[in-house]
Ligand binder design. Structure first.
Ligand SMILES: CC(C)(COP(=O)(O)OP(=O)(O)OC[C@H]1O[C@@H](n2cnc3c(N)ncnc32)[C@H](O)[C@@H]1OP(=O)(O)O)[C@@H](O)C(=O)NCCC(=O)NCCS
Length: 162
């Protein structure tokens, strides 16, 4: 299994994978919209024997500046619980840090995302329309979150997703 950046030839298969993992097309459409709006910063695939079995996207937030949103992450149903989601998220965080993004936010189940260093407490001071108990943050630069406040604004395609 190989983790690598998505290329243009992967796009249709990434769409199909997201439909398969979420059992609906909303997340797959969101991925396509984030790519089209140039908000997608990191888009990684997990490839196994020529098949795309996992995908993760990190997109830039409108505010706070130089911060990313992790969403969505998808693993093919017959490959879940094999560590693929973990590998995709860890690689994405490493790449984001190397490119000097300041922090990453994620909306999801803390039971899953806290293992990557995301914390509900670290996102609590930011204004968001999303439920605070599921909003988490992880800084990539020491002290970055302390220096930020205000609204947490996702890229425009997320409003269509709501
Ligand atoms: C969530 C998802 C990406 C995890 O990927 P994965 O490759 O199956 O996960 P990993 O193998 O890296 O990690 C498995 C661990 O995560 C846990 N886990 C998986 N999905 C979880 C969830 N929704 N909530 C809490 N824990 C979850 C598993 O129980 C397992 O825990 P363990 O290590 O304590 O046994 C994958 O299950 C998936 O695509 N689900 C459908 C789409 C989805 O819900 N995406 C996330 C929202 S954006």
């Amino acid at each position: 299994m190989q983790i690598r950046s998505e290329t243009s030839v992967d796009i249709a298969r990434v769409h199909a994978l997201n439909v398969d993992a979420f059992n609906q097309s909303a997340e797959a459409d969101l991925v396509d919209m984030l790519r089209a709006s140039d908000d997608a910063i990191i888009s990684l695939v997990a490839e196994d024997d020529g098949d795309i079995v996992g995908h993760v996207m990190f997109s830039k937030l409108v505010t706070p500046p130089r911060c990313l949103a992790l969403a969505p992450v998808a693993v093919a149903p017959d490959h879940q619980k094999e560590g693929i989601g973990t590998a995709l998220i860890k690689r994405g965080l490493t790449m984001a840090k190397a490119s000097r993004w300041r922090a990453v936010f994620v909306l999801g189940d803390p039971a899953y995302y806290t293992r990557f260093g995301f914390r509900v407490e670290d996102a609590a001071k930011f204004e968001t329309p999303y439920p605070k108990e599921y909003m988490m943050a992880r800084e990539l630069m020491p002290g970055a979150l302390k220096a930020m406040d205000g609204a947490l604004t996702y890229a425009a395609p997320f409003s269509a997703f709501d």
